[in-house]
Each structure stands twice: as C-alpha cells, then as structure tokens.
Ligand binder design. Sequence first.
Ligand code: ATP
Length: 216
Amino acid sequence: MGKSNGKQTVPDQEQPQLQVEELTCRRGERLLFENMSFTVKAGDVLEVSGHNGSGKTSLLRLLCGLLIPEKGALLWRGQPIDKIKPLYHSELAYVGHTDAIKGDLTAYENLIIAGALNGGGMDPEQALERVGLSRIRELPGRFLSAGQRRRLALARLLVNRARLWLLDEPFTALDKRAIRTIATLLEEHAAAGGMAVFTSHHAINIAHARTLDISA
Ligand SMILES: Nc1ncnc2c1ncn2[C@@H]1O[C@H](COP(=O)(O)OP(=O)(O)OP(=O)(O)O)[C@@H](O)[C@H]1O
C-alpha cells in the first residue's frame, strides 16, 4: 500500500516490487537451482554471481518471463508476471548477451528507434554522451567495436523509462572508465527509485548493491 501525503500517493519504498518465491530451474537434464527466494524493492541493485553454467542467464530469463520455471512464483507488485505480461514488460528493460543493435542504423538512429518503441527517458543525444559515444554518433552499428556495442546497448536503458533493469554481463568488453560510468548509471537509477538485477564475473563496486551467489 502507498502512503498518502495529502496530494498524491507515495510508493512505499519498503514494499517488494519483484518477488521470487521458491524458484526451481531445470535446463535439459540439469537441475540448476531450487527453492530460490528473494525480493527486489525500489532502489535495490542485486548482483547475481556464480560459476560458468550455474544458471545466471537462466535466472535472468526467468525474471523476464522468457523461461517458464519448473516450480515457484514470480510476482511483480504482488501479481504473477505471466498474468500481467504487457504491463510487466513495459516496466522492464533486458540487455542480454546479444546486443540487438541494428547494423544498418547509426548509433544515434539505434537510440531513436529504442526511444520510439519505449521512450520517456533521456534524449538520445544525452544518452550517447553519458556512455561516451557522442563522437561515433553517425557510425553504423555494424562498425562499432565490442565495447562500443555494449555501451550503445546500455544507452538504450537511458532513453526508456523502465523501472526494472535486467542486465546479463553488462560489464563485458568495457574498459575501466566505461565500467565506472555504467556502475554510476546503476547507482543513479537506484537512487531514483529504480531497480536492477545484473550478472557479473567481475567484482564491481556499486553503492549499496547486494550479492546473490547462485552457486553457493
Ligand atoms: N536450452 C537449453 N537446453 C539445455 N541446457 C541448457 C539450455 N540452455 C542452457 N543450458 C544449460 O544450463 C546451464 C546454465 O546455463 P546459463 O547460461 O544459465 O549459465 P550461466 O551461469 O549464465 O553461465 P556463464 O557464466 O557461462 O554465462 C548450462 O549448463 C547450460 O549448458
């Protein structure tokens, strides 16, 4: 329940937005994890760690609704995500291993498209500047380096207004400076009441982030 300040309803920061209850995941013959439970509240950043093949990507795909859990429940604001898919998907942004960048469009045009599909956030120009890509604004996506592609994929998060960021290895291919930039963006997103769940093999210093080791 939100609290009223007399003019508008203020969301209760302590209320879980995403609830993961007793989640069990099997891929093929392998049981990856079972009875996993955690919650994500406004302002939370959760880093999912674990060895190769432990199920980090599978967990993110479950959280997106792209995989069906063998057992357990996934709730967004108290409702099962499969019952409210359009609403849930309008509130989340997923950046997976493949960057989904259009090779024939420039970096700038890629962000214009992202904004047209699900905008409401930063101006594309400003988003390019935040991730350090202003200079290659007019370069077609197919000419971008691996790190530039990753930055552009992450810049898409800034042009839309998704509250929940689900990021699979967002720091892969980034140089030290870009890692700090993206870590800062995560901190700013959380400070503004957003939420993020990301996987990583690197120790990334993000203020107030929690860690979930799924191979523990
Ligand atoms: N479609 C599938 N069918 C069968 N097994 C699968 C399928 N997809 C993934 N797996 C297996 O599930 C396990 C977990 O894969 P996942 O990609 O979730 O791991 P991960 O923790 O993200 O790994 P990495 O750190 O290497 O990225 C792996 O053993 C993988 O081979």
